[in-house]
Design a protein around this ligand. Structure first.
Ligand SMILES: [Zn+2]
Length: 415
């Protein structure tokens, strides 16, 4: 099976216990956390977003805004592979306006913030190098960090015609993959990618994120040999690195520091579903509540996931104003909060080497409140059948309860 960049990275995680460094959670403590999250959600709706920015002297929560810069390989069995142009999924060009990396940088820079752009290091297998270099150079010149993202499946375009799906399938199976591959092969693939990033950005990368989060223990060995100290692929309880590193806690081991994506549990009617922090999902109130919970529970580092196409929809194109507004409000919230700051991977690395305890944190995995999940479906009712079904099911359940109450009242009082 070919991996599609977006969908493959969004596999839902299954809930599984992990030996977190946070205090063990009993059923009662979990219920309390749930109630706490719900209470905070209610307050978040009532309270205006205002803090004294002057008081930002000792921020305790560092937020890394990370943007995966990539196009989809767009493969189907029937049609082969036709990646869209760079101007589409990376620059987000629509009617002369750029809603991709340029707008993401504009919004960050508006508040004197900078992000980390994880660029697919194998784009040169399909696109002209001058075109890639122009994108990367702009990011660097504007003061952002460029790091190493590996969609190594793109390497197959060197050997296969884009319409030849069978050739690509064979290439992916036999050669161009990381997780599960030998150290020699991973080293070859990763060194090639690291050198590409160095050539395009002018700086050898210090951080790595696997395409579709793909990375295993052997990848760590290869990164160590290649001198890339930061790993950003751990994104859930089921990840291949989750038995080696805790989620939600920056942890160093044998020369590699794992910086996990911020993970939380989302309440559903029957269970908590693990999700990672992505600008494309949730409402602003959910993001705000998650950040406050991170702060309250002793997390020190929170990694936000974005893509170069986060402000465009696959079906409707650019712009996706809802996502743009959500990101802008999130940055405003962090900017105004006295205990939060945004940093890039370069800043993170130099500060972490000085004082690792400032970034390690509790490893706690917070729970997003059920109330906010319902609220999200309510405000996004018309955007997908899932939201509409979720709300309709709740309305139906409330009606059933009301009818049942009315029936009981009638039986008791109107005998
Ligand atoms: Zn990716």
């Amino acid at each position: 099976m070919f991996r599609l960049n977006r969908s493959a990275g969004r596999t839902p995680f299954l809930a599984a216990p992990f030996p977190s460094l946070a205090p063990p959670r009993t059923r009662n403590s979990r219920l309390k956390a749930h109630l706490g999250a719900t209470l905070w959600a209610g307050l978040a709706l009532l309270l205006p977003c205002s803090f004294d920015a002057e008081a930002k002297e000792q921020p305790t929560l560092s937020v890394l805004v990370t943007i995966d810069v990539e196009t989809s390989s767009g493969c189907t069995k029937a049609e082969g592979c036709f990646p869209p142009p760079i101007s589409d999924r990376i620059l987000g060009e629509h009617e002369g306006v750029f809603y991709g990396t340029p707008l993401i940088m504009d919004l960050l820079e508006k508040r004197d913030m900078r992000g980390t752009f994880f660029v697919n290091a194998y784009l040169d297998s399909f696109y002209k190098e001058d075109e890639i270099r122009a994108v990367v150079e702009e990011i660097v010149q504007r003061g952002h960090s460029v790091q190493f993202h590996a969609h190594e499946e793109f390497r197959c375009f060197r050997y296969c015609k884009e319409e030849d799906a069978a050739c690509r399938k064979s290439c992916l199976k036999n050669d161009s993959y990381l997780g599960g591959n030998s150290l020699d092969k991973q080293l070859k693939i990763l060194e090639e990618g690291a050198r590409n990033i160095e050539r395009w950005s002018g700086t050898y990368p210090v951080a790595f994120r696997g395409g579709s989060w793909d990375a295993d223990r052997v990848t760590l060995d290869a990164l160590r040999i290649l001198g890339i100290p930061l790993e950003f692929s751990l994104s859930g309880f089921e990840h291949k690195l989750a038995d080696q590193f805790p989620v939600n806690r920056v942890t160093a081991q044998d020369g590699i520091t794992e910086v996990p994506v911020y993970l939380y549990r989302q309440s559903t009617p029957f269970k908590f579903k693990p999700r990672y922090w992505d600008i494309e999902s949730g409402t602003f109130l959910e993001h705000k509540a998650l950040l406050q919970e991170a702060l309250d529970s002793g997390l020190k580092t929170a990694v936000l996931v974005m893509h170069s196409f986060s402000f465009c929809r696959r079906d409707l194109g650019c712009p996706n104003q809802t996502n743009i507004d959500r990101f802008d409000r999130l940055l405003a919230f962090i900017d105004a909060h006295p205990m939060m700051q945004t940093i890039t991977t370069d800043q993170f690395l130099s500060q972490y080497r000085q004082a690792p305890e400032k970034f390690e944190g509790s490893g706690y995995v917070p729970s997003a409140s059920y109330f906010l999940v319902v609220y999200r479906s309510f405000v996004q009712f018309g955007e997908s059948w899932k939201h509409a079904t979720f709300i309709c099911a709740h309305v139906f359940a409330v009606l059933i309860i009301l009818v049942a109450i009315a029936y009981l009242v009638r039986r008791v009082y109107l005998k």
